[in-house]
Design a protein around this ligand. Structure first.
Ligand SMILES: *Cc1c(COP(=O)(O)O)cnc(C)c1O
Length: 419
């Protein structure tokens, strides 16, 4: 598609956008009586207006029914985790018996690593990417430590293209290390650069090398379509408060491929026990069906309610439609940055190929500092800053407009002129 730098062009894209009406389903934060230009949905997605209704339903049931809400509420809590399965299975490309909402991302990483990291003599190292998110780094380090291994068992994949990793380089590295590697943990989309990883090719290479592979989908779920089951991914987890708009600290979830649902290192909790005999409390393990046996605790219902509200919107919009708009929206942002006078002052470190990125562009700005983010915030632009010198910009197809993108580039240009 050929873009133009005129503001009227942005307006015409908005007019022709089949998903434009989804914006009105969200609360847009205000600054000086106006909608802010919110480009931070990769960090915390905006609140759907329906979230309040879903959460209030559970508050009402709790108020009027007390403990009986477990069985007699509008949406009984005892089976609440079933309600999100359909929506999640569509986003992840998995069967409903392979996915369940539970816990938090970092906790789930520990849980899954505990189940899937099975070092044997020689083949006992774990590969993650350089500049991995701290939680992923710490989770892997603690697992290694529990098995009596140290720092040299954690291998960091080095980027071969500035900040990014070509698929052929990843595949070659896996092949090169196949006699030492036990497990690989990679992001679906890298939080810092916005690079999208080729999950299918990487998983195939890992399995060829006899290595288990898991993905952290914090920045991928709700952002790009996924096919975890067909791509044979062993396990995955995510958070729901970024592109899934389920609120700060929102409930996470896990995927375990059906071929691994029986796992002798699976950690257990009472909520994984089959509901028919759970309340016998006899400590005779009878697992729930499918992945439900991996649940530990009874889930946070208020958070699960917010998750449900958001999944309903995702399903209505459709992840393929969202992705089609997202490719256009982010492509337009890239076009405007490259044709403006900003070109000299910033470097886009996210891959230029739309297949290798999601919604986010990461801009390395020569004089960037937290002050820049404050200046932009005063002008009604919300985004974030990560050391060193990177501003992450994420136009989200559910609620951002092409006009948002145009206005952002205009404001950034003015701001960098005067700073
Ligand atoms: C956002 C994010 C996290 C956050 O972990 P929580 O347990 O939800 O606090 C972890 N890993 C990655 C890669 C992330 O992007």
């Amino acid at each position: 598609m050929t873009f133009s730098t005129d503001f009227t062009f942005a307006q015409s894209l908005d007019k022709d956008d089949p998903l434009a009406h989804f914006r009105s389903k969200f609360h847009i934060p205000q600054k000086n009586g106006q909608d802010v230009i919110y480009l931070c949905g990769n960090s915390l997605g905006l609140q759907p207006k329906s979230t309040r209704t879903y959460v209030e339903q559970e508050l009402d049931d709790w108020a009027s029914l007390g403990v009986e809400g477990h069985f007699h509420g509008e949406r009984p809590w005892v089976s609440y985790h079933q309600l999100s399965k359909k929506g999640l299975s569509e986003l992840l490309g998995v069967s409903t018996s392979e996915v369940v909402t539970m816990g938090s991302l970092t906790e789930n990483l520990h849980l899954l690593l505990n189940a899937f990291y099975k070092p044997v003599s020689g083949k006992n190292k774990i590969l993650i990417e350089k500049m991995a998110f701290p939680s992923d780094h710490y989770a892997v380090s603690s697992q290694l430590q529990m098995h009596g291994f140290g720092r040299n068992h954690l291998i960091e994949l080095q980027p071969d293209q500035d900040y990014n990793f070509s698929t052929s380089h990843i595949v070659d590295t896996i092949d090169h290390l196949k006699d030492e590697l036990s497990l690989i943990l990679l992001p679906g989309i890298q939080y810092f650069t916005g690079q999208s990883f080729d999950i299918q090719t990487i998983t195939a290479a890992a399995h060829e090398a006899g290595v288990v592979v898991g993905f952290d989908l914090a920045h991928a779920i709700g952002n790009v379509p996924l096919k975890l089951h067909d791509h044979q991914v062993d396990f995955a987890t995510w958070c729901s408060y970024k592109y899934l708009n389920s609120g700060p600290g929102g409930i996470s979830g896990i995927f375990v491929h059906e071929k691994h649902l029986q796992n002798d290192q699976q950690l257990k909790g009472w909520w994984g026990h089959h509901p028919e005999s759970r309340f016998k409390m006899d400590n005779q393990w009878t697992p729930s069906e499918g992945i439900d046996a991996w649940q530990l605790s009874n889930p946070n219902i208020l958070s699960a309610a917010a998750n449900l509200a958001s999944l309903e919107i995702m399903q209505e919009a459709g992840i393929l439609n969202l992705r089609a708009k997202s490719v256009k929206l982010t492509g337009y942002l890239e076009f405007l940055l490259n044709t403006s006078e900003l070109r000299e002052k910033i470097q886009i470190i996210t891959p230029g190929n739309p297949d290798e990125r999601g919604a986010q562009l990461s801009l390395m700005v020569a004089n960037a500092n937290p002050e820049l983010i404050k200046n932009l915030s005063e002008k009604g632009v919300v985004l974030d800053y990560r050391e060193p010198k990177v501003v992450r910009v994420a136009p989200v197809p559910l609620y951002n407009t092409f006009s948002d993108v145009w206005n952002f580039v205009n404001i950034l240009t003015q701001t960098l002129k005067t700073s």
